[in-house]
Design a protein around this ligand. Structure first.
Ligand code: DON
Length: 303
């Protein structure tokens, strides 16, 4: 089946949406983005890609990258990771500090900022350069060697990074961060700044639809680990809106404040949608609506 007609119908529906949210204001380099912009891509496990709107326009991947660093670290250290980060929904905003003290410096899950900092720290300790490891993976899986960090976005976030610095220092005080905090923050901000298109990110997510197998046929994750990453995306990938996202979309998904969301239909396809206007929980308004329409129109869902 071709996904093209369904994507075109979704783009028409999104074009009629009266309110598409506001771009992230706390990273000045992202704040100027027009919330009316929209793109969406679907990739099949064999690398066939369909797209609509600005599906080849690079945008700031931000927290979407947390899926890839999690997979890269899990592939290296396996279940030992889960002694340092949990896998329960937090029910709190992505940048919240509130649970960390009474939960002994162990973040609830790898997708809130605290958990992503732990994962990046562990990947960095193992590889010597977590951000480079991520970028190489994204370039290889997307087939786009031009993918790069946006150093203006990284610098912009660094200049407003007090909350992430607080999270990292606080976890370091519990012995849950090994790298010097400034090194970790530099790695994390560059990781988040990767500029990639819907086509790039839908293709790079393909290993989760292929049950852990990379584009070249080699295995990154076991079948069981791929299921685990998809499960954590479903329960934690859209923060304190994960319940509503599962209800509306019914797929594992991961959002970023750049307005991107990736989603997985295991065994069938991966998706990436981009609309820079966010709701109050930091998820793309048009992105969630488009994925909601996709699963309604196609009947594809994990349920
Ligand atoms: O840590 C931050 O604040 C950002 N670099 C990433 C946050 C993000 O994308 C949250 N997702 N909705």
């Amino acid at each position: 089946m071709t996904f093209q007609p369904v994507l075109e119908r979704i783009a028409e529906d999104i074009g009629r949406m009266p309110d598409r949210g506001r771009p992230a204001g706390y990273i000045p380099a992202l704040a100027a983005c027009d919330p009316a912009r929209f793109g969406m891509a679907v990739a099949e496990p064999d690398g066939t890609v369909y797209g609509v709107g600005e599906w080849r326009t690079p945008f700031s991947a931000q927290s979407v990258t947390k899926v890839f660093t999690l997979a890269l670290d899990l592939a290296r250290e396996g279940d030992a990771l889960w002694e340092h980060v949990g896998r329960e929904p937090s029910g709190n905003p992505f940048n919240s500090l509130v649970q960390l003290e009474y939960e002994g410096g162990i973040p609830r899950n790898p997708f809130i900022n605290a958990g992503a900092l732990v994962v990046t720290d562990r990947l960095h300790t193992r590889t010597g350069d977590a951000a480079a490891e991520l970028l190489t993976f994204l370039r290889t899986e997307s087939g786009n060697p031009g993918l790069a960090f946006d150093l203006d976005v990284a610098a912009s976030e660094d200049a407003h990074g007090d909350r992430n610095a607080a999270l990292a220092h606080f976890m370091a005080s519990y012995g849950n961060i090994a790298s010097p905090v400034p090194v970790l923050l530099d790695q994390y901000f560059r990781q988040c700044s990767v500029a990639a298109s819907c086509a790039d990110l839908a293709l790079a997510t393909g290993f989760l639809a292929r049950h852990g197998v990379r584009a070249d046929g080699s295995r990154l994750l076991s079948r069981s680990q791929a299921k685990q990453v998809n499960a954590v995306m479903l329960t934690c990938g859209t923060y304190d809106a994960a319940g509503d996202f599962a209800y509306r979309v019914g797929l594992p998904g991961k959002s970023g404040v750049g307005g991107g969301i990736i989603a997985v239909v295991p065994g069938r396809c991966t998706l990436c949608v981009w609309g820079p206007g966010l709701d109050e929980r930091g998820n793309s308004v048009s992105g969630v609506a488009a994925l909601d329409r996709f699963t309604t129109l196609t009947g594809l869902s994990v349920f």
